[in-house]
Design a protein around this ligand. Structure first.
Ligand code: SF4
Length: 471
């Protein structure tokens, strides 16, 4: 079947697509690659991938395109689901002959309700959907495809689960799909060099953080990996394909979960002479950091979450504050840049712990930070905990507001939704508006005209974000 993969049009600047862990519009316009859609697209020759938000495409732009397709696969998320259903209905009205399916963590968690949400949705595919979609595109009857929930004569049918993929080298490279269908310059992430290119070298995370969506819904808690040779070969090809790429990013949940493998990949990348970065937990020992740094590692994206040890226990982070501090010192010593991510409003949060976390962030001093509101996505332990304890604040369980920015969905008897919400802006201001940080960022801008233009643009967007919060 002629197949279209679609990251649907959504809120202006909404990064909720098939590669985004926090589905929301960011403080600074940025997009992750739609890698989860590119992967099945790589299995289906002559398919096409459209990333509407990153390309700034509207529903009116997409409508005529679906006339040429037989199968349309749309990625959805909890915050965007209702809007995505409307897009699906419009596309089905445009071409009633298409078979239309939804994929993503939201439908993995609620397959029956999702497929029943509209007549326009023919099936939903939860968990890992790469080979599920390939089988459908190959024409296999829906009744014989594992991993889907679908409708027959109005009845909702749930097929057997699809077996989890263990041999990750079976997955073809995504970079040829990026080359065919995407404009890589569309993908901006504030802390990565531009243009960057990101892909996965494995799926799943050994940790069990209670708020974390992907391992609890799609990826699982075993880190299943591609072989180092497979990864290095793809990067070698991608380097030739995209000579303009300044940085490769490995978006595995925790690339450093398997240290010998991380070091083996690093050595291969070192031979290629590329600059790269990845997600890491704040527990990587100095020796491994050094091997990675010596072989082109520029930046680590590190989920610190909180500066309060009890909160880290509450969320099952499996991390000790003193280990994270040592790790941060080691990175500074080696010249590895850190983008640190923090969350306010996690279970156990108080005014005092917010203050403690802000001070902690200033002490460990990542180069840049991201501060998020605790987001109880359905399918996570945090969501169940929030429902059980009556922490959810809005009946409709909305997770973003009209413009697509995250809203605070959790409150505690001792800490209101408003206080949690305002803490994000306070955190950013306290972290960035201090002489040491201003000097760091000014120096970075003075070293490069590109960086100057970029930081000025981001600065304007960031101030707009702060003003929107009326702080
Ligand atoms: S370590 Fe990171 S990716 Fe793994 S479960 Fe925790 S937050 Fe998620």
């Amino acid at each position: 079947m002629k197949t279209l993969f679609l990251n649907p049009p959504s809120f202006d600047g909404f990064d909720g697509g098939a590669g985004s862990r926090y589905q929301a519009r960011r403080e600074i316009r940025s997009f992750w690659y739609p890698t989860w859609l590119a992967q099945p697209a790589a299995l289906i020759p002559d398919s096409r991938l459209i990333d509407a938000p990153a390309r700034d495409l509207s529903l009116e732009d997409i409508r005529p395109v679906v006339r040429d397709y037989e199968l349309v696969v749309m990625h959805t998320s909890t915050p965007s689901f209702h809007g995505d259903v409307k897009v699906a209905e419009a596309l089905k009205a445009e071409n009633p002959n298409i078979l239309l399916g939804f994929v993503g963590a939201h439908v993995a968690v609620s397959p029956e309700a999702s497929v029943a949400a509209s007549d326009a949705i023919d099936f939903v595919a939860g968990s890992e959907f790469d080979f599920t979609i390939k089988e459908i595109a190959d024409g296999r009857p829906l009744s014989e495809v594992d991993g889907i929930t679908w409708k027959r004569d109005g009845a909702v049918i749930r097929n057997p689960e699809r077996a989890i993929l263990h041999d990750m080298d079976q997955l073809p490279y995504v970079s040829p799909v990026y080359e065919r269908d995407l404009v890589i310059e569309d993908y901006f992430i504030g802390y990565l060099l531009h243009p960057y290119l990101s892909l996965y070298t494995g799926r799943g995370c050994k940790s069990r953080c209670t708020f974390c969506l992907w391992p609890q819904t799609i990826g699982g808690h075993t880190y299943r990996t591609r072989s180092p040779e497979h990864v290095i070969e793809e990067i070698a090809q991608a380097k030739k394909m995209f000579p303009q790429v300044r940085e490769f990013f490995f978006d595995d949940d925790t690339f450093t979960d398997d240290r010998p493998r991380a070091e083996a990949i690093a050595r291969g990348l070192g031979k290629l002479g590329v600059t790269w970065s990845c997600n890491a937990k704040a527990n990587v020992p100095y020796d491994t950091l050094k091997v990675m740094r010596d072989n082109g590692l520029r930046l680590l994206l590190v989920g610190y979450e909180s500066g309060n040890q009890q909160i880290l226990h509450n969320i099952k982070k499996g991390m000790r504050i003193e280990v994270a501090k040592q790790f941060s010192k080691d990175c500074h010593k080696l010249g590895i840049t850190i983008h640190g991510t923090f969350i306010v409003g996690l279970p156990g949060e108080t005014r005092e712990t917010i203050e403690e976390t802000i001070r902690y962030a200033m002490e460990i001093n990542p180069h840049t930070i991201q501060v998020s509101l605790a987001a109880p996505y359905p399918g996570t332990f945090l969501y169940d905990q929030a429902v059980e304890n009556n922490w959810l604040v809005n009946e409709a369980k909305e997770m973003v507001q009209g413009e697509g920015f995250q809203i605070s969905s959790i409150a505690y008897p001792h800490l209101s939704q408003e206080e949690i919400f305002e803490a994000v802006a306070t955190f950013y201001k306290r972290f960035y508006f201090r002489p040491r940080k201003i000097a760091d960022i000014t120096m970075e801008m003075l070293m490069s005209w590109d960086m100057m233009k970029r930081r000025l643009r981001e600065g304007v967007e960031f101030m707009h974000f702060l003003r929107a919060r009326e702080i």
